[in-house]
Design a protein around this ligand. Structure first.
Ligand SMILES: *[C@@H]1O[C@H](CO)[C@@H](O)[C@H](O)[C@H]1NC(C)=O
Ligand SMILES: *[C@@H]1O[C@H](CO)[C@@H](O)[C@H](O)[C@H]1NC(C)=O
Ligand SMILES: *[C@@H]1O[C@H](CO)[C@@H](O)[C@H](O)[C@H]1NC(C)=O
Ligand SMILES: *[C@@H]1O[C@H](CO)[C@@H](O)[C@H](O)[C@H]1NC(C)=O
Ligand SMILES: *[C@@H]1O[C@H](CO)[C@@H](O)[C@H](O)[C@H]1NC(C)=O
Ligand SMILES: [Mn+2]
Length: 613
């Protein structure tokens, strides 16, 4: 009451009212000024190059040599062919020329418009914005993206095993290579680092010769250089590093990474607990155009699709539950990305190091993942360890022997040695790998598998990756045919944000058995899934009229569960008992729907088994 009275007297005289409003106005203005100032700061931080020079930013997905899928707009790499080639001088000279504040705290770097031509020329050398990288100091600061709890967890780090950090490089830029090294020096407890080992895989740049040898002598952590004068590839170069290492643990890093605070303690604590665990950091993204440090997804684990391409998928049920309890706990992953991980040195050699029949790069991460899991170890991701990595749209490396031949030979070896019946499945749908399989001598690796009494691939699928979408004897695999139209369910060719195919579910003319787009798996739980972890999905809320059916990322939720009625040949959505049907309405003319079951022929489907072994 009293307040209301005051309010009315205040309204009585305009002067008094103004006086009373003054503090409010003052606060309001201060707030506006502060806000505008913050806004200016924010836009400055996020400044990008003038739009007109580049392709419009779009959600473009691309595949790096990590086989991780990242979504970032990009604007430099696209029109490379219109730019003069980088000169010999540009390639051979170390143009590192840091500006103290550039890229501070992981912020993006802005390149002056007068340097754009040079920037695009230099981009070709390493397939990232070298000009921007060369402006950033080697010891730039980075944000701490860890959960708060992480920073208190590893105070007993002095009791952890120590490590050799192995970095393989081939024609790496000075600035990225030594930002990797300095990020290790600045953000690792020195007690835990026995040494840094740089393995040069036949680099040709002048600045990676004598100048590099001189430079590493003065580093605060003992740094050794091993050189291969012939191109041996990542796999053999890592082995070379591992054989020379003196630390108790081997920690492998790519040559264009930046480690953040706490990254190493978190990895080594896992190995202290269990020497048979191989542990990876969460891999954040260093933007290849701006060198901004960008936080990446945490609720993902590594696995692979029917083509044995490494992929990040949403974390599986049990691991997800564990994370809800404590998000700082390391979690199991079916596979590792391969570039960044730590492993006990003795265990590394005991369990078969690397397959020396593999060349250069590719598939070695799956080989190692299968081997570790099947032969009694574990592969985990430690969420308190975060390391940034530059993901590129294309590889700057030459592949002696050809990229396809190398990659598919390696993958053929993975399948032959570790995948049992699923090797046949892989070869059936992958002609390139199939052509390579007869030239492989895998005797030594098969002997290793026998000697170690490693478990089967079926065990791996059942226990380590129960959410997998591969065929198995306990589930249907084959074609799903609509009887009214005599057409088959197909996988959409459109890709979603995480590069998984997605879109409305459709039927098309049926092909032969070797057409993978019309192959589906139906599990006992009722998931109708296909390659790249995508599932037939319909809304659970029961509306009137037909509801659209989509093919989208598998979620494990009941909206993706179906049951097949063999008698009536109906595919029913489990939670609302509606039938999969083809739509006749205009609105849904393209796709499938669920609607009330009424026995019409358009609701009749056959599940036609296809042999996959
Ligand atoms: C640039 O390099 C490519 C391959 O390295 C070569 O094919 C092309 O002719 C070069 N272009 C110019 C203008 O030198
Ligand atoms: C970073 O390195 C530069 C020279 O390389 C040095 O002057 C500077 O003090 C360093 N800054 C920090 C925070 O270590
Ligand atoms: C690392 O551990 C090894 C073996 O325990 C030991 O010989 C070496 O001195 C340790 N290195 C450091 C830097 O503590
Ligand atoms: C395959 O490799 C094993 C051992 O690595 C060797 O003993 C054997 O002779 C090789 N077989 C062929 C056909 O080259
Ligand atoms: C089943 O319902 C659909 C529409 O929901 C209708 O077009 C069709 O004629 C009905 N079929 C039968 C056999 O009643
Ligand atoms: Mn890399």
């Amino acid at each position: 009451m009293f307040d209301r009275f005051r309010f009315s007297t205040m309204l009585a005289g305009p002067v008094r009212r103004f006086k009373r409003l003054l503090p409010v106005l003052f606060f309001f203005l201060t707030f506006v000024i502060f806000f505008v100032w913050k806004l200016i700061q924010f836009t400055k931080q996020n400044e990008v190059h003038p739009k007109h020079l580049f392709r419009k930013k779009s959600a473009e997905d691309f595949n790096d040599n990590y086989r991780i899928k990242v979504i970032i707009g990009h604007y430099v790499g696209n029109s490379i062919d219109k730019v003069p080639n980088a000169t010999k001088e540009m390639i051979n000279q170390n143009n590192f020329n840091p500006i103290p504040s550039a890229g501070k705290n992981g912020r993006p770097v802005v390149v002056d418009s007068k340097d754009f031509l040079k920037m695009r020329q230099m981009y070709q050398i390493n397939r990232f914005n070298l000009l921007a990288s060369d402006k950033i100091p080697l010891n730039r600061s980075l944000p701490d993206f860890r959960r708060k709890k992480c920073s208190g967890l590893f105070s007993d780090y002095r009791t952890y095993p120590n490590t050799s950090i192995i970095i393989v490089f081939h024609n790496e830029a000075w600035s990225t290579l030594f930002r990797t090294v300095w990020s290790v020096i600045n953000r690792s407890p020195h007690e835990l680092v026995e040494e840094i080992i740089l393995v040069d895989d036949a680099s040709e740049r002048d600045f990676l010769k004598k100048p590099l040898e001189d430079y590493i002598k003065a580093l605060p952590i003992k740094t050794r250089l091993l050189r291969s004068f012939q191109r041996i590839g990542l796999i053999k170069a890592r082995l070379k590093g591992a054989l020379a290492a003196k630390g108790e643990v081997l920690t492998f890093l790519d040559a264009h990474c930046e480690c953040t605070i706490g990254w190493l303690e978190s990895l080594l604590s896992v190995i202290k607990e269990d020497k048979k665990t191989v542990v990876c950091p969460v891999i954040d993204i260093i933007n290849d155009d701006t060198f901004a440090y960008v936080k990446s997804f945490e609720l993902h684990w590594g696995a692979f699709n029917w083509n044995l391409q490494f992929r990040w998928y949403t974390l599986g049920g049990k691991e997800m539950k564990l994370r809800k309890k404590d998000a700082t706990l390391p979690f199991n992953t079916p596979a590792m990305a391969g570039g960044l991980f730590a492993i006990d040195k003795q265990f590394f050699f005991d369990i078969g190091a690397y397959d020396e029949g593999m060349n250069i790069w590719g598939g070695e991460n799956l080989e190692m993942s299968f081997r570790i899991w099947q032969c009694g170890g574990q592969v985990q991701i430690a969420p308190c360890s975060r390391v940034g990595h530059i993901f590129r749209k294309s590889s700057p490396y030459s592949f002696p022997g050809g990229i396809d031949k190398t990659l598919y030979s390696n993958l053929a070896r993975v399948a032959l040695v570790w995948m049992d019946d699923w090797a046949n499945f892989y070869f059936k749908y992958n002609q390139e790998a199939s052509r390579m399989k007869n030239n492989q001598n895998v005797t030594a690796r098969m002997d290793l598998r026998k000697r170690m009494q490693c478990k089967s691939f079926e065990w791996y699928l059942d226990n380590i990756w129960p959410q997998h979408f591969f065929p198995k004897d306990d589930r249907f695999f084959g074609r799903i045919r609509n009887l009214a139209e005599d057409k088959c369910l197909i996988k959409p060719d459109k890709k979603g944000l995480s590069n998984q195919p997605m879109g409305i579910a459709k039927i098309e003319k049926c092909f032969g058995d070797d057409f993978i787009v019309e192959m589906f798996v139906m599990t006992l739980e009722g998931f109708i899934m296909t390659d790249d972890s995508v599932c037939l999905d319909a809304p659970e809320k029961i509306g009137t009229g037909p509801q659209k059916v989509r093919i989208t990322a598998c979620s494990g939720f009941s909206r993706q569960k179906w049951e097949y009625d063999h008698e009536n040949k109906e595919l029913r959505h489990m939670s609302n008992h509606k039938c999969l049907d083809i739509s006749k309405s205009k609105e849904f003319s393209e796709g499938l729907v669920i609607t009330d079951c009424n026995g019409s022929k358009s609701q009749k489907w056959t599940l036609e088994e296809v042999k996959w072994k």
